[in-house]
Design a protein around this ligand. Structure first.
Ligand code: AIR
Length: 201
């Protein structure tokens, strides 16, 4: 057809190999493949705990993350009581868009370690203060991981630090978070200096 831009000429004589064979093939592939999973709504941090009795401690991690505008999802999953649920959660977390896992448990606290065994995501362990041994059992259960399967362990009951550490991990690839963390450290320093004024002369 005279005057027609050749790019828009769909007459069989002008159709290239790509247009006749490749395009329909890719359209066919798209029609049979499952839709891509939307991971944009998944919170980047998963907070696991062995029991709901751990939540009063673990809530501090969610609160710290909230201060940096980071969403989290909290789940009660026990390495001993619901091991299959743990396997399901840990092995699918990265694919769903979770980027860091914080796991807290008390006593024979195997939740962070088994989570770390099941995922390549960084795992932060929070030893929950136990009644009988004041959390020393939890701490040693979490911190003494075998070589090759690390868990970044914070202090006994130190869930707030776990939240801050998770924010720092996410900040490596997030400029907004880096700026927030610099501000956070400046505020921390100001508060520390202000303590001098409160000392008795
Ligand atoms: N726990 C639960 N499953 C395995 C372990 N280690 C821990 C919880 C909690 C403690 O057992 O993390 O700190 C007591 O749990 P509960 O349900 O009796 O309050």
């Amino acid at each position: 057809m005279p005057g027609l831009d050749p790019r828009f000429d769909c007459s069989p004589e002008r159709m290239t190999f790509a247009q006749t064979c490749f395009l329909p093939f890719t359209q066919f592939l798209r029609s049979i493949s499952p839709p891509m999973k939307d991971t944009s709504s998944t919170p980047p941090v998963g907070i696991l705990m062995g029991s709901d009795s751990d939540w009063p401690t673990m809530k501090a991690a969610a609160d710290a993350l909230g201060e940096f505008g980071i969403a989290s999802e909290a789940r009660v999953i026990s390495a001993h009581r619901t091991p299959k649920d743990l396997e399901q959660y840990a092995s699918s977390a990265a694919g769903r868009g979770v980027r860091v896992i914080i796991a807290g448990a008390g006593g024979a606290a195997h939740l962070p370690g088994v989570t770390a065994a099941l995922t390549t995501l960084p795992v932060i362990g929070v030893p929950i203060e136990s009644k009988s041994l004041k959390g020393l059992d939890s701490l040693l259960s979490i911190v003494q991981m075998p070589p090759g399967v690390p868990v970044a362990t914070v202090g006994i009951g130190a869930a707030r630090n776990a939240g801050i550490l998770a924010a720092q991990i996410l900040a490596v690839a997030d400029e907004r978070l880096q700026t927030e963390l610099v501000r956070f450290k400046e505020k921390l320093a100001e508060e520390s200096r202000a303590k001098n004024q409160r000392l008795a002369p």
